[in-house]
Design a protein around this ligand. Structure first.
Ligand code: TA6
Length: 294
């Protein structure tokens, strides 16, 4: 996503600026190692470009920046649940206004921290007290850490995902490896399937890989690079692409938008909210994704 042409609201330091796209404020980072953008709406990374690279992160040309709709593309923060096990789909964090807590920079890059706390609205959707912190480390690689803490007086359960849209040259030419052999296929009634550990796509995909390796590689001959995704604190890797028919049905994606991305998600997947991860009062959990290009 091009952040350079957006109007500047505030310059916070030599390399951190707040810009605005329609109704959404974006923290723009311009460092000699990389540039990036993080929208306060959703705590949503919308761009990460290491020096002399195309963006590693895909954003839809039709993403709606009205400050109410979840952004299509980037890294949606799906929390406190993943998927449609409750409403709204993928939780409320991606649709909430996050607060800029701090930013730091040195020769290696920039760290931006955003925070989200319970509100009256969140309480109506999910009646628990929490503290969520999103730490975005922009160096030669991108590291995103979602730390959630139970600050309530009783235990609660959650699931979630860092739902990264990787930017590709052509979905039909990329080869993905490292996602592991076993997956739950959302397109086949959640059937558990044993497949190979190498994938070349020719059609829509929506799978929860339950035994991912320590890194997933997406090799992209058109952009002459391999994207490397390392996840931590997860129990699965979700791979998704809606293909033409799926994209056509979305108001915030161009019909051919599916051609240039693949979602490779760091996920804590659970079939129901009750079966999610439990945090006792005072406990916290970190869900991480680290993305780089070789
Ligand atoms: O992560 C895959 C998935 O859950 C798919 O089932 C698909 O619907 C996608 O996320 C996008 O969901 P969204 O609510 O953003 O349209």
């Amino acid at each position: 996503m091009d952040l350079q042409s957006l109007p500047v609201l505030t310059a916070l330091s030599d390399c951190v600026t707040i810009v605005e796209k329609d109704s959404v404020k974006i923290i723009r980072v311009d460092h000699e190692k990389a540039s990036a953008g993080i929208a306060l709406h959703g705590g949503h990374v919308v761009s990460f470009k290491p020096k002399d690279q195309d963006d590693l992160i895909w954003m839809s040309n039709k993403a709606i920046f009205d400050g109410k709709t979840a952004l299509r593309g980037g890294i949606p923060v799906c929390w406190p649940w993943f998927g449609r096990i409750a409403a709204p789909a993928h939780g409320f964090a991606r649709n909430s206004e996050w607060e800029l807590i701090e930013h730091r920079e040195n020769d290696h890059g920039v760290i931006v921290e955003l925070g989200l706390m319970a509100t009256e609205e969140s309480h109506q959707l999910w009646p628990h007290l929490f503290s969520a912190r999103l730490t975005v480390e922009i160096t030669e690689q991108l590291k995103v850490t979602l730390k959630v803490e139970n600050i309530d007086e009783a235990a609660w359960t959650f699931s979630g995902a860092l739902h990264t849209y990787l930017n590709l040259g052509d979905i039909e030419q990329v080869k993905t490896t490292g996602m592991g052999p076993e997956y739950i296929d959302s397109l086949q009634n959640d059937e558990v399937i044993i497949g190979g550990n190498e994938l070349i796509l020719t059609d829509t995909i929506d799978r929860v890989y339950t035994q991912p390796e320590s890194a997933i590689f997406v090799s992209d001959p058109l952009l002459h690079r391999t994207l490397n995704v390392e996840n931590l604190g997860h129990n699965s890797a979700v791979l998704w692409n809606p293909w033409y028919e799926g994209a056509k049905g979305m108001r915030d994606m161009e019909d051919n938008g599916y051609k240039t991305f693949l979602c490779v998600e760091s996920a804590l997947h659970a079939p129901t909210l009750e079966q999610g991860k439990t945090l006792q009062p005072g406990e916290s959990h970190e869900l991480v994704t680290i993305i780089s290009a070789q």
